[in-house]
Each structure stands twice: as C-alpha cells, then as structure tokens.
Design a protein around this ligand. Structure first.
Ligand SMILES: Cc1cc2nc3c(=O)[nH]c(=O)nc-3n(C[C@H](O)[C@H](O)[C@H](O)COP(=O)(O)OP(=O)(O)OC[C@H]3O[C@@H](n4cnc5c(N)ncnc54)[C@H](O)[C@@H]3O)c2cc1C
Length: 378
C-alpha cells in the first residue's frame, strides 16, 4: 500500500477498478463511436463513484480527495473519457456547489449530481479565450429584477448531454477582467443551444459548443457572490488539475502493462522481445517515471485533505507532469509494439489520442508553468 493511503483508500480503488473492468471496458467502443455513457454515469452514481467527495447530507459518500484521485486513476486506465466526465462532475461541479452554492442550489442540484441523475457541465472557455479566461465575453445583465444571460461557450465536456451548466459570465465592465465575473447555474431549456465538436481524443464525452440566448435567471442561480465567480472557477480548477494528473497516471500505468505483456509474448531474431535490453530500459524508465508522478499526485491530494499550503504548487505540478507522462508513456508503449501498437483494435491508440488532450484542457501546460512559477515566487 502506498504510504499516503490507508485501507479505505484501497477499498475505493478496488471498487473503482472492478467497476471499470466490468462495466466501462465493454462500453469503450461505443464511446469511440461518439456515444455518451449516460447509463454508466448513473450506475457510478449509485455506487458513490461519480462524486466520492459528495457530502453525506446530500447522499454522497463524504470521502476525501485521495479517494477521488484514486477513482479517477482507476477509471482512466480503461477510459480517460469517462474519467474526465467524472472528475468534472465530482471536483469541478459537486465540490464547487457544496462549497459555494446557496441553500436553493444545494437542494436543487447536489443529491442529483452525486447520484448521476443530473449531469452538469462546467462552462468557462469561450471562442475568444481559453487560457485568458478573465477576458471572457459572455454577459449577464440585470433586467427587471432578473439576470439575463447571453454567451457562447466552447469545448464544453458533456455539453451535448448535460442537464444543467455552471456558467461563468461577465457582470461588470470588461476592463475589470476577473473582478467582474459571476458564476451561475443554468438549466438546460429552450435558451440553451448545443452543437457537437469532435477532437482528436476523448470521444463520447459530449464535447460541445454551447450558446445561451436570453436565459432568464433569478438571484438564486448565482453561485458564490456576484463578481466573485473567477475565484469559484480557479478554486475548482485546483482540484480538477490534480485529477488531470491522475488521469495521466492511469493512462501511463495501463500503457506500461500493455507493453510489458506484449513484449513477453512476441519474439524476433529468435528471442523474446523482452530479452532486448533496450526494451527493458523503456519499461524501467516508464516504471520510474510513473512512480514519481504517483508520489506527486498522491502528495497533492494528501495536502488538500490536510489543508496544507503547498497544495496549489503540487496540484499544478501534478497536472503538468501527469499529462506529460500519459503522452510519453503511450508513445513509448506504441513504439514497443510496432505496427500492433498503432492498430485501432489496440487500446494504446485511443490512450495516445486521449493523453494529448490532457496537456491542453483545464489549463494548457504553458499556463500551468506560468502558475507554478508565480506560486514559487510567493
Ligand atoms: C476535449 C476538451 C474538453 C474541454 N472541456 C472543457 C470544459 O468542460 N469546460 C471548459 O470551460 N473548457 C473546456 N476545454 C477548454 C480548455 O480548457 C481550453 O482549450 C484550454 O484552456 C486552452 O484554451 P484555448 O484552447 O483557448 O487555447 P489558447 O488560450 O488560445 O492557447 C493556445 C496556445 O497558446 C498558449 N498560451 C496562451 N497564453 C499564453 C501565455 N500567457 N503564456 C504562454 N503560452 C500561452 C497556450 O498554452 C496554448 O499552447 C476543453 C478543451 C478540450 C480540447
């Protein structure tokens, strides 16, 4: 057992691993054909796997962040797409609504988001701006005692399938950047228009362009305080970015295992591929890098659980190195398997494409490096 984990964590890991093997593996091909895993998410909700940190008062398991990280890691070994949906639902949505939501929001959304009855998208990025989110252009205006939201969001995971959206919109002058942004809960209804976006990987996650046209919202729809929405966004991303590190970790471990089993059963030049020292070194490197990222990701989650101040620095380092590890390990594993590694019948081909996305979403790695440097200066 890893020194930062206890027996409860191992039980969570086991339950996530068993679910992934039994339920997710048979659905992976459907997702590659762009089918969204709606029933799987409900089943995960029933088992407490969709939002492990969901508060007990709202029917959640009330577990810690390490439990969330382990669930994401185990699921990512089978489907980085499902892992992405669940880390958004668990960290970016459930934890955010539990922390910042008013009573009406908690009553309306929390139990259903934990059980998987309601899927909620996190809608921050726009066509104008992803990295520079403080420049966003969606606007919520005050009219006749209500908020009227108009906006255009881009790349939104589960956007095609969500029942509701956590939307960040401007509620003051654009020049005030992050100081004039507010977070709102918006139900999917006639004011919401969605269209699909297909990218290199994470197929079946319902990635969408989402437009909000004259959505009328009451004050109850505000998450946190008016004009403080950027802090809501950033705080949730601190958890999400650690989870992305965990997705990279899961991808890397699966890639290593696939490569090892392949080189053990294939031979060339009269010898097993596993007898070639160069391939042994590839495996040894993968192992050492995977275990160092594991320590980083688990340390980040431990720090969040214990409210230790270096959590932010570790969270961003985990995102950076976990995502790089996923890309590098799948690249090397494919190399070790030759043509077979490139076959679309082989899981590595999907993992390689999925891994690439982790270097870009939830903060492109250049932005993560900027943030790490800023934290180091402090
Ligand atoms: C599959 C997928 C799912 C996604 N899901 C969601 C979601 O659910 N919700 C959501 O809100 N968003 C989501 N995103 C959006 C994602 O977070 C953004 O794509 C990401 O933040 C990068 O923004 P951008 O695409 O606008 O790139 P840009 O901001 O245009 O950046 C382009 C390049 O310039 C670099 N760059 C920009 N500024 C700087 C700088 N100051 N210093 C150094 N380099 C810089 C970037 O690092 C990047 O390499 C998703 C994206 C993808 C691909």
């Amino acid at each position: 057992m890893h020194p930062l984990l206890d027996e409860t964590h191992e039980l969570v890991r086991k339950s996530a691993a068993e679910f992934a093997e039994r339920e997710i593996d048979p659905f992976v091909k459907n997702m590659e054909n762009y089918e969204y895993p709606r029933d799987l998410l409900r089943d995960m909700g029933k088992l407490g796997l969709l939002a492990p940190m969901g508060p007990i008062d709202y029917g959640g398991p009330g577990l810690d962040f390490r439990s969330e990280i382990l669930t994401v890691e185990e699921v990512a070994k089978h489907s980085p797409g499902v892992a992405t949906i669940l880390e958004i639902q668990g960290s970016l949505i459930v934890d955010t609504l539990a922390t910042y939501g008013n009573n009406a929001i908690k009553e309306k959304y929390l139990s259903k988001a934990i059980s998987g009855e309601t899927i909620i998208s996190y809608a921050l990025s726009e066509p104008c701006c992803g990295s520079d989110a403080a420049a966003l252009e969606s606007v919520a205006r005050r009219e006749r005692g209500e908020w009227v939201l108009n906006g255009h969001k881009m790349w939104i995971t589960s956007g095609m399938n969500a029942d509701a959206y956590l939307v960040f919109a401007r509620t003051g002058p654009k020049e005030e950047r992050h100081k004039s942004i507010t977070a709102f809960m918006v139900d999917r209804n006639k004011c919401v228009e969605t269209s699909p976006i297909h990218v290199i990987g994470l197929r079946g996650t319902g990635t969408a362009e989402v437009k909000f046209v004259d959505c009328e919202l009451g004050d109850d729809a505000v998450v946190g305080e008016v004009n403080k929405g950027f802090y809501v966004a950033i705080n949730s991303l601190n958890l999400g970015r650690t989870c992305v590190g965990s997705i990279g970790l899961g991808i890397a471990e699966r890639a290593m295992r696939e490569a090892i089993s392949y080189i053990k059963q294939r031979s060339a030049f009269g010898r097993s591929l596993a007898d070639f020292q160069v391939l042994q070194h590839y495996v040894a490197n993968m192992y050492a890098q995977t275990e160092s990222v594991r320590s980083l990701v688990y340390s980040a989650a431990y720090m969040r659980d214990k409210s230790l101040p270096d959590f932010l620095l570790y969270a961003h380092s985990a995102k950076l190195l976990g995502s790089r590890l996923g890309v590098e390990s799948t690249r090397v594993a494919i190399q070790m398997m030759g043509g077979m590694g490139l076959s679309t019948d082989n899981v590595l081909e999907m993992l390689y494409r999925d891994a690439k996305v982790t270097e870009i979403y939830e903060g492109a790695n250049e932005i993560i490096l900027n943030t790490i440097y800023r934290f180091m200066e402090k």
